[in-house]
Write a protein that binds this ligand. Sequence first.
Ligand SMILES: [Zn+2]
Length: 269
Amino acid sequence: MNAHANPEDFDLYALGALDGEDKQQFEAHLRSCQDCRKQLAEAQAMSVLIGLTAPLLAPPPTVKAKLMDTIQKDRSAREAAATQTVLKPARRKAHWGLRFSLGFAMTTIVLALVCSWLWKMDTLHEQQLGHAMARLQKSEAQAERNQAAMRAMTRVMSAPDTVQVSLAHQAGTPPGTARVFYNARMGIVVYSGVISPAPSDKSYQLWLVPDSGAPVSAGLVEADQESGAAVAHLPQGLAAKAFAVTMEPSGGRPQPTGPKVLIGAVGSA
Ligand SMILES: [Zn+2]
């Protein structure tokens, strides 16, 4: 009667899986055996640990049977591992804690990178948008100027008091030909023409030669100013005697200094 309980009975009892006569015999032996009471205490501690670490699922009977079988077979192995099992959860927890903080740090770094990337993209987009807006405004301004020039041209061309002047090429200068439409009342000059390109350090400049006084600049004109006419606004009521194109230092001059390339007298057209 004093033979110790079956080794597997401790786990089965601790898990509440021992019943019937086996349970009665086991309990009867425990009352008289301190060693077995100690071993049951260990088994109960183990079962509590298993309960803490295992998923909280009620295993189906077949699984339970297999579990009991495994418990029986691995008894000694688990006994050896018992002390480790006590340490494991704490160690594992620490490990997870480290992993968690590492993961958290990584996430933070990734988020920071993504944020900085997004910020950069945003800045880039803002810059691009700014450039696009500037271009648009520039082209809008250009379009507005073109429209204004077109309107001025239309007004000048359709006005009965507009004079047309043909400008003739002058010997010894780049060949070219041009026409001027001038409305003194409006103070608008429309120039259209083609001249051989000027040297890079020179500009062509259009002048109104008044009945009296010094020539008045009507601005720079391009060598090829045929497809798009140049429109210049001058003081209103200026009586013109002639128009001339001179070759001036790049950017033009307040008064003509260079050779006359084209000249046309008003009333000669
Ligand atoms: Zn015993």
